[in-house]
Structure formats: C-alpha cells, structure tokens
Design a protein around this ligand. Structure first.
Ligand code: NAD
Length: 479
C-alpha cells in the first residue's frame, strides 16, 4: 500500500512514482510512499499560501501560537517511541540515539513556544515628531528541505520556528527518510494546527525538491544537506530573490594539546566522530594531536574503539548501528581505500564486522587512520561516516594553520586545561561552533550554523525565529 502525505489541506496518495524506503539494518523495504507530480506540488504550494494568508492564522497572537506549539510538543512527547522507531527503521541509527532525538524534537517546540511568549521588538529612540517601531512578519510559505541523518531533530528545528514565526511550512524530507516527517505532520494535525499549514512532499530532490523551490508561492528556503546541493539551492534562491538559510557539510577539527586530560579527551573524540556512525554534520573527523601525545592518544583510541558494540539498532546494548544505506557504505569504503592508496595506516577498523550479516545490513567498523597529512583527500572531503584521521601538530600556530586549511567551517573541539590558550585557539578557528573540553553539546537556545562553505545563516536560538520573519518599520506621527 502506498502511503499518503499531507498536501493541499488533506492527505493525498500522489500520482508520481512510488518512493521505497529501506531499513539499512536488514535490507528490507520499510515503506512505499506516494510522491507528488509537478502539478500536485504546485497545488500544495498554492494551498499552503492560502492557509498562511488566512486571518485566523495570520492574526493569531504569538501567545496563542505558543499554545499550539505546546500542544504539538505534548503530542510529540506522547509519540516519542513511535517517532524513534520510524527514524531507526529508515536511517539505522541506534534506538537510544533516536529516542534522544525524539525528545529533542519535543523540546524544540517547547523552546519556540517560550520564545513566542517572551520575544520583544525594538522601538528605537525617536529622531523627530514620530514614534517608530519594528514589526517582524512571516514570509508566507517556507520550504524546508532536510537530510537523512537526523530527520527528527532537523525537521523540528525548521518546522517549530517557521510556525512560531507565523508561516506555513512545506517539508521535503530526504528520499531515504520520509516517515518521521509524515508522523510530525500527523502530530501537528492532532494538536489542532489548521489544514494547509504543515505539508510534507515526499520524493527526490532533483524533481520534487527542485519543483517546490521554483514555485512562486515559496517565500523562503530553509535547507540542511550537502554543500554541493546547498550551492544549487542558493542559485535558485538568488534567481528568485528569496532568502535562504543553508546548513551544510563539515570537516571539523578536533584538537588535543599535550597537557589535556587524555581520558576525557579521548572519550570526547570517540563520541565526536563515531556517535551516529559519523553521520553527523559536526563529526570531529580530523583529529589534531600535539606531537608528544600523538602515539598515546592513538593507542587509547584504538583500545576504546574495539570496545564499541556494533549491532542491530534496536538492541539495548548497541552503541553503533549500520550506515544509512548500502550506497553510503560503498562511499565510505571508497574513502578508506583511497586513504590506503595514499599511504595511510589503518590503525583500527577499515572493514566490515565479521559478526553481523553485512550482505543485508550496511554495517562497517569504526575506523582510525594515521600517517596522512591534512593535504590527503580523506582529510579534505566530507566522508560523513565513521572514519577518523589523526594528524600530528607541533605548536599553536602550526595547529591553527592546519585546522583552518579547509573549505568547511562548521565546528571544532579543543582539549586543554590552559584556558588562555584554548580561548586564543577558539577565537582563531574559522567555525560556527567551538567546544572547549567537551564536544557535541548542543543547545536549542544557542545559534548554530557554519562559516565558509558550511553554510549561511544561523538556526536555533532567538535568531532561529527571526530567520523566518521579515522586518517592517512603522512610523506614526506624534505632531
Ligand atoms: P543532500 O544534499 O544530498 O540532500 C539533502 C536534501 O536535499 C534531501 O532532501 C534531498 O532530496 C534534497 N535535494 C537534493 N537535490 C536537490 C535539489 N536540486 N533541489 C532541492 N532539493 C534537493 O544531503 P544528504 O546526503 O541528505 O545529507 C548529508 C549532508 O547533510 C552532509 O553533507 C551533512 O554534513 C549535511 N548536514 C548538515 C547539517 C548542518 O546543520 N550543517 C546537519 C545535518 C546534515
């Protein structure tokens, strides 16, 4: 049976080709989903614009929108287990990680409910016989395009602030992971969100996604995905002269100075690259270790990595599940082969695990590579898999030069008890997020985004709401 999706104010099956999603742990088909034709995409965009313009939604006061977001958060909390399973059977992440991400989706809606209740607008000091103040108004219809690695969190991070800002949203989830987005739409409906304000258009980016972004009803694009796709989307947005927020790829440096607490640093490095099988935009994939500590760090990491439990994503003791698809595993294997050819030493992993059915499941061992310089292709290109390259450095200047020698600028981690040094390096690193003596701590209250080719604009925090609004200045004469 082909699953339907919410569009044009109801649920339709779609007359486009059937999209099949696959469980990467078993190779079996998870769902068959209808996709929209170009005319169904157009109808969905027009219906969303109508819904966004309805006075009942446009004039809803922010505290009333907050009540709606709280109801969505309540439903998401009730549905947490279902949502976690839906993500797990499409992208293979461990159930414990999926559960944490489902909880984070609910927390995101609560955060933006609170923002609606408390946000203030500016009233600049008057420069004449008038008062002047600022309104922040929605764009109308926001197109949200998401990747497959963490749909639960990414989709909440776009849908919650876009609705909080007063828009309608059309979500185009990754073709690999459609079910969490469909469930989010069902949750919104149950919470009482009026029809047409939350649509989901399943399908491939090159057809459904591109058709969506070119429709004149779309007033703003919020995209998370790869840098090459982001560049294409920016071109569309430039041609259409509409704003776009881009959260893109990364090749983040993780740094250990020789005075660091090596136990804590190695634990942070392991989580930073291997959690979610390295399929995280902020994965710390280039590890820079001060030369004196290099061999000790590699030995510790190799010992610890062998203790990680690779297994089926739903098993309680699984640390790491499969990669998200067979095609992605092949891509990761290609990079490891490249590292070998370039003279890299595989210090751990570098192959499929023996104890799992790797014909059906996209399993791969977490891999540590040494002996390459920052110039090697595996150190320059985003692998988006469980592959860590360890590179020595001599001093702070050498480190900063190497760490910044990348087109990306998403995140960075620094391990050292010398606060002044950590602060200097944090300031010098070209990245949107820097962690000191921790890694991958993320707060919905803190702005998030990339420098350089890792993105444009900032999601999350108060700026995450303003991203979905345009500013209007109003002057009223007082004399
Ligand atoms: P991708 O760029 O291949 O696809 C992302 C989304 O864009 C999918 O929904 C896809 O269907 C759609 N798409 C593709 N071509 C399109 C087009 N021409 N028009 C409209 N939509 C199109 O990325 P992916 O493989 O799904 O995800 C992995 C990438 O996402 C990695 O590079 C990762 O770093 C990045 N990512 C970034 C962040 C961040 O916050 N910076 C977070 C998660 C993932």
């Amino acid at each position: 049976m082909r699953l339907s999706f919410p569009a044009s104010g109801g649920w339709i099956t779609g007359s486009g080709p059937t999209l099949k999603t696959v469980n990467p742990a078993t190779g079996t088909i998870t769902a068959e989903i209808g996709t929209p034709t170009a005319s169904e995409v157009a109808a969905a965009c027009e219906a969303a614009l109508q819904a966004a313009r309805q006075p009942a939604w446009r004039r809803l006061k922010p505290h009333q929108r907050a009540a709606m977001l709280h109801r969505i958060a309540d439903e998401l909390t009730r549905e947490g287990e279902t949502l976690a399973h839906l993500q797990m059977v499409e992208n293979g992440k461990s159930l414990k990680e999926c559960r944490a991400q489902a909880a984070s989706a609910a927390a995101t809606f609560r955060y933006y409910a609170a923002v609606c209740e408390t946000l203030e607008a500016a009233m600049p000091p008057s420069r004449g016989e008038y008062v002047n103040f600022t309104l922040h108004q929605p764009y109308g219809v926001v197109a949200a395009i998401t990747p497959w690695n963490s749909p639960l969190t990414m989709e909440a991070q776009k849908v919650a602030p876009a609705l909080a800002a007063g828009n309608a949203v059309i979500l185009k989830p990754s073709e690999l992971t459609t079910l969490p987005g469909l469930e989010l739409a069902r949750v919104c409906e149950r919470a009482g969100l009026p029809p047409g304000l939350m649509s989901v258009l399943p399908g491939h980016g090159r057809d459904v996604g591109a058709t969506l972004l070119n429709h004149p009803a779309i007033g703003m694009i919020s995209f998370t995905g790869g840098t090459a796709t982001g560049r294409m989307i920016a071109e569309t947005a430039a041609r259409r002269l509409i704003p776009t927020a881009l959260e893109l790829g990364g090749k983040s440096p993780h740094i250990i100075f020789d005075d660091a607490d090596l136990d804590a640093a190695c634990a942070g490095v392991l989580d930073g690259i291997f959690e979610g099988m390295g399929q995280s935009c902020v994965a710390g994939s280039r590890l820079f270790v001060q030369r004196g500590a290099h061999d000790a760090v590699v030995a510790r990491l190799c010992e610890a990595v062998r203790k990680l439990r690779i297994g089926t994503p739903d098993a309680v003791d699984t640390d790491l599940g499969p990669l998200a698809s067979m095609a992605h595993r092949e891509r990761v294997e290609g990079y490891v082969a490249l590292a070998r050819n370039d003279g890299g030493r595989i210090a751990a992993g570098g192959k499929r695990p023996d104890h799992l059915d790797c014909e059906r499941g996209a399993y791969y061992l977490p891999t540590i590579i040494t002996g390459l310089s920052n110039e090697a292709r595996v150190c320059r290109e985003e692998i988006f898999g469980p592959v860590l390259c360890v590179i020595p450095f001599d001093n702070e200047a050498d480190l900063v030069r190497q760490a910044n020698d990348t087109v990306y600028g998403l995140a960075c981690g620094i391990w050292s008890p010398d606060f002044k040094r950590a602060w200097r390096v944090a300031e010098a690193i070209e990245a949107g997020t820097v962690w000191i003596n921790t890694y991958k701590q993320l707060s919905i209250a803190a702005p998030f985004g990339g420098f350089k080719e890792s993105g444009l604009g900032r999601e999350k925090g108060l700026t995450g709401l303003r991203l979905y609004q345009q500013t209007k200045s109003i002057y009223i004469a007082t004399a």
